[in-house]
Ligand binder design. Structure first.
Ligand code: PBG
Length: 322
């Protein structure tokens, strides 16, 4: 025998499934939602075909459908038209996220639905930055104080996880302390530990109304040339009390996902971001390649790299396919 014919293991579907090394489960999918004030609103987001800004009544219906399909985790973003210097609206009890959490909790317990809420200032500040700016620099102390207030107000409303995405040094520790001080020992932290200053967030900023009005996010989000620094970010977040760490974006950062998974023993989320979504949608529609094939290939790549869970705008479609 000159060589082993490895291709014999590829001859039939059942066989290929039997020997497949990577598995994607519905339990591992997290669907993001953009919520707005009002009722019966489903406002299409131009740059993200198929995704809408929705009011909380529509959210309840949408989540009902997702649950039927087997997806049980959601990530909530509250789209706010109230922009303030100190992002005060973000931690008001009657803010749209807080209200939506309470509405969802009336319908679904934590056993049925895992609610994760994004904690950041960019959707609530006048200038669209993720922290409070003093001139062109972040005022870290003031920013951390506000992030902690937002996290606690989400906890009061009944969220399961807060997900700080501001990329402010020390944010996980400050939030953990604030949650504990307010007796929310059981509320968990999914940290956007490795969030790169990426060009793939464009459609999200459009949907969320959070594009920075001046400068960019390079002084707080990570430089995409630095895998070593990514590991240090994860290490610090774990020490500060993160329960799940995240790498974001996903598709152009599979090496980072792989390295984090190899280096740390903690649940790892990959965020398949808005620009990746738009890119795949457009390629599928222009090339005629079936969306299902394209999306499964890319999401399986994230799993193969080491992601335990995937935040993706394709969660609903994926649940129908797997
Ligand atoms: C808020 C935030 C952003 C995303 C998630 N949380 C945008 C940003 O940092 O500008 C991006 C998500 C996506 O592109 O799908 N800080």
């Amino acid at each position: 025998m000159e060589h082993n014919r490895l291709s014999k293991m590829r001859s039939h579907t059942a066989l290929r499934d039997l020997v497949s090394e990577t598995h994607l489960h519905k339990d591992q999918l997290i669907m993001p939602f953009f919520i707005v004030e009002g009722t019966r609103i489903s406002d299409p987001i131009k740059s993200m075909p198929g995704i809408h800004r929705i009011s909380s009544d529509v959210l309840v219906t949408e989540i009902g459908e997702l649950l039927k399909l087997g997806v049980r985790s959601v990530l909530l973003f509250g789209v706010s038209s109230e922009k303030e210097t100190l992002a005060q609206s973000a931690y008001r009890a009657d803010n749209i996220v807080q209200k939506s959490i309470r509405t969802l909790r009336r319908h679904y317990s934590s056993d049925e639905l895992c609610i994760i809420t994004d904690v950041c200032l960019c959707g609530h500040t006048l200038n669209g930055h993720c922290g409070i700016m003093k001139g062109t620099e972040i005022d870290l102390e003031q920013t951390l104080d506000i992030l902690a207030k937002i996290a606690v107000s989400h906890a009061v409303s009944g969220t399961d996880f807060v997900a700080p995405s501001a990329m402010m040094d020390g944010q996980v520790a400050v939030i953990r302390n604030a949650l504990d001080d307010n007796k929310f020992h059981k509320v968990k932290i999914m940290s956007y530990s490795v969030k790169f200053a990426s060009n793939f967030y464009g459609p999200f900023r459009d949907a969320y109304g959070s594009a920075p009005q001046f400068g960019d996010r390079k002084t707080y989000q990570m430089d995409y040339r630095n895998p070593g620094e990514a590991l240090r970010e994860v290490e610090q977040d774990i020490m500060e009390g993160a329960d799940v760490v995240m790498v974001k974006p996903a598709l152009a950062y599979l090496d980072i996902i792989y390295r984090v998974k190899q280096s740390f023993n903690i649940p790892l989320a990959a965020y398949n971001v808005s620009g990746e979504y738009a890119m795949m949608k457009q390629y599928a529609s222009e090339s005629g390649v079936p969306e299902k094939d394209l999306i499964l290939e890319s999401v399986i790549a994230m799993k193969r790299a080491g992601a335990d869970m995937i935040i993706t705008y394709f969660a609903k479609e994926l649940a129908q396919w797997i």
